[in-house]
Every structure is written in C-alpha cells, then in structure tokens.
Design a protein around this ligand. Structure first.
Ligand code: NAI
Ligand code: MG
Length: 369
C-alpha cells in the first residue's frame, strides 16, 4: 500500500523553525514503521514573495490531494503593506475555505509539569484533557445580511446574522461524537436555546444526530454562558465540547488559558469525509502565529507544532498509539525540566533552544521503544 501523504507548509517567521523540529519527529516515525510521503510548499508571506499570491494554485492542488496538511504560521510586519487579497492570512483562509474545513478542534490538555502556568489553581487543572469542537464555516461570522446602514437621523445600524442549517449542525455534531469515541466518550453541546432560534435548532439537531447514530456516546447540553462559567470553575468535568463558531471562538480561547503557554497549543481543522475512503480533509497547525519578535533566534517552542502532528496521527492516520507515544515524549521532556523561553517565569532562563527541544523529544521517542 502507498504511504499516506503529508503536505508541510512551514510559512513565515518561526513557522520554518518549529517545522524543522516536526520534521525530525516525522522522520523518526518513518524509521520506526510509520512512513509518510512528505511534500513541502510555500504559504503566507514567503509565497507572496515567490509568486505574488499567499498560496499558489499548485500548492492548493497538493493540499487537496494530501491526506493531511501541516502548517507552521503565516504573516509578519514585512508584509503589512501587500494588497489585501494577497496578504499572508489569505493563504490560510483559502486553505480553510477550499478544503471546506468546517470543524475546528482545539484541545486543552494540561501537562503536569506546567500546571503552575495555568490561570487556575493546580488541583483544578492537573490531568485536564478536554477538546473543544468549534463550527468554523457558518454562524454569525458569515451569515447574511451583514452590514452597517445609515439611518439618516445621525444613527447607524449594524447587523450580523446568525444562520445555521440542519446539515451544518448535523455534520459538526457527528465530528464531535466520532472524536468522543476515541476519548472518554462524552459530549457536551453548548448553545443559547433560551434566547436564540439557532440555539433551539442546534439543540434539536444534536439530539437527533445522537439518537440516530451515536447513542453509545454520553450527551449533555449546557447554555453557553453557563458553560463558560463551568470551564473556569471545574474544567475537568468536560471531555468533548461542541459549539458554534462564535461561542467556540471564545470558549476555546478561555480553555486554552487553563493550560498555559501559546507555545504549547495545537489545533486541527477537519472537512467532510471522502465518500470513497471515509478520510476527512484536514489541516493541522499550532494556535500561535509567526512570532516575529523571536523569529530567527532559536527561542521558539516547537511543542505546539509537534502536538499538531500528534493530532494528525490520531485523527488523520488512525495512529492513536503513535499519537499517545508522541504526547508521552513531550510529557517526558517537560517533566525532565526542559524549557524553551516561553515556559519560564520572570527571572527564570530557558534551558533549551528550539532545536534542542526537538532533539530531546526525538530522544524520548527513541527511549520509549
Ligand atoms: P503570535 O502568536 O505570533 O505571538 C504572540 C506572542 O507569543 C509573541 O510574544 C511570541 O513571541 C509568543 N509566541 C508565539 N508562539 C510562540 C512559540 N511557539 N514559542 C515561544 N513564544 C511564542 O501572535 P502575534 O504577535 O499577534 O502575531 C504575529 C504575526 O503572526 C502577525 O503577522 C499575525 O498576523 C500572525 N498570526 C498568524 C497566525 C497563523 O498563522 N495561524 C495566528 C496568529 C497570528
Ligand atoms: Mg479567537
């Protein structure tokens, strides 16, 4: 059988630096029974410099064909003045749009060694492992009408419209239920059915999808504002949370801060399953940006990008055991006290550079055999 294909788009700033460390990890799996056909291309400012577009049509075709895409980060002050349609973010937006990536996965997992970085007390976050599934292509960010009108009396009126159709709620809740089966088998759906029609439909469609196809998964519902409170009061009660684009944007950022540094946070965006293979189009990327303030200095933490690849192993390559092994290797280097600059408090110094952190993760993988 042909090897699964992985398209790597390092991007700008610290993107190529953290991706170089992921390459070491990918190569290690290649030497140990999990080979990938790896392809690389440009995205973001570097793609604009090369051919005037934030992602080329050729790169888009490769992304369409790949089993998974792994992206570093895009953007930086160098491209502040490029035309709006060619700005670095346009590359990322085109990937999300053309691959129809409607499901955004944001894990919030607390590594024991970093529990003191949390905004909450250690006992509230120790062992925390939740996954927020945010609907990414619908809702109030895209609904029409969306406009500001002049009312002519010195007043203006701004309108955004929350729109959800049955199929959109069905497919995002199906993703959440499928992922729950790979975890603790529990889903909590969040909306505001008490004040929003879209919340009512959301609730009912999640219920119907559950009854029809996922009755083995435990399902609960929570109003989204109460959910926000519960996330900071007792976050460990959750396994998978599924919610709309707007609530998911906020709740996933709240959950992220429960676990500490931006340099630790991975993400994934998934599309619909291919009718023939069942495989979903997928883009994996760290939550952080291109960090121009530290780019080129060997200071970037590669773990967010490494953990994004772990998500690819789990969700695109049916390699849950390998994903566990990689996450354990990250856990191990942190427990050993290795820290990039973002993981030390005021006064503390980094103990390792970007590449030393990558080497240590590979060494921990090797030691785990
Ligand atoms: P940022 O995430 O790049 O950086 C925020 C702060 O966190 C900086 O102080 C940075 O040094 C630090 N940081 C981020 N990742 C780190 C890592 N792996 N290790 C250590 N420290 C890390 O966000 P910012 O500064 O708002 O944006 C910088 C550029 O990145 C902008 O051009 C922005 O448009 C772009 N951006 C791109 C994203 C993407 O590619 N998905 C997401 C967010 C921003
Ligand atoms: Mg946000």
């Amino acid at each position: 059988m042909a090897n699964p294909t992985l398209l790597i788009l390092p991007g700008d700033g610290i993107g190529p630096e953290v991706m170089a460390e992921v390459r070491k990890v990918v190569d290690w799996f290649g030497r140990n029974g999990r080979p990938f056909d790896v392809d690389e291309d440009l995205v973001g400012g570097c793609a604009y410099d090369a051919h005037g577009q934030a992602i080329s049509d050729a790169a888009m075709e490769r992304a369409q064909a790949a089993d998974a895409v792994l992206l570093g980060a895009v953007g930086g002050p160098k491209w502040d003045k490029v035309p709006y349609d060619a700005r670095p973010e346009a590359g990322l937006l085109r990937l999300r749009k053309d691959l129809e990536l409607f499901a955004n996965l944001r894990p919030a997992k607390c590594f024991d060694a970093l529990a003191d970085f949390s905004s909450l007390k250690r006992e509230l976050v120790e062992g925390l492992d939740i996954l927020i599934v945010r609907e990414l292509t619908g809702g109030v960010y895209f609904g029409e009408p969306k406009q500001i009108t002049d009312l002519g009396n010195g007043q203006k009126r701004a309108v955004d419209t929350q729109v959800y159709d049955t199929f959109e709620i069905e497919r995002i809740s199906a993703v959440a239920f499928e992922l729950a089966r790979l975890r603790d088998n529990r889903v909590c759906s969040m909306e505001k059915r008490n004040v929003m029609k879209s919340g009512l439909l959301w609730h009912d469609v999640v219920e119907a999808t559950h009854a029809a196809r996922f009755a083995d998964v435990q399902l609960t519902h929570m109003l989204a504002d109460a959910g926000g409170m519960q996330l900071v009061r007792a976050p460990k009660q959750f396994d998978v949370i599924v919610t709309d684009n707007l609530f998911g944007d906020m709740l996933s950022d709240v959950a992220a801060m429960l676990t500490g540094s931006l340099g630790m946070l991975p993400s994934a965006s998934l599309g619909a399953p291919d009718p023939k293979t069942g495989r979903r189009k997928a883009l994996y990327e760290p939550v952080h940006g291109s960090a121009p303030d530290i780019a080129g200095q060997g200071k970037a933490n590669p773990i967010a990008c490494v953990l994004s690849f772990a998500m690819a192993l789990r969700y695109s390559f049916d390699a849950g055991a390998e994903a566990d092994r990689l996450e354990a290797a990250v856990e191990k280097v942190l427990a050993d006290g290795l820290r990039t600059a973002d993981l030390v408090g005021p006064g503390g110094g980094a103990t390792v550079s970007t590449s030393e952190m990558g080497d240590a993760i590979v060494a921990a993988l090797e030691a785990s055999l």
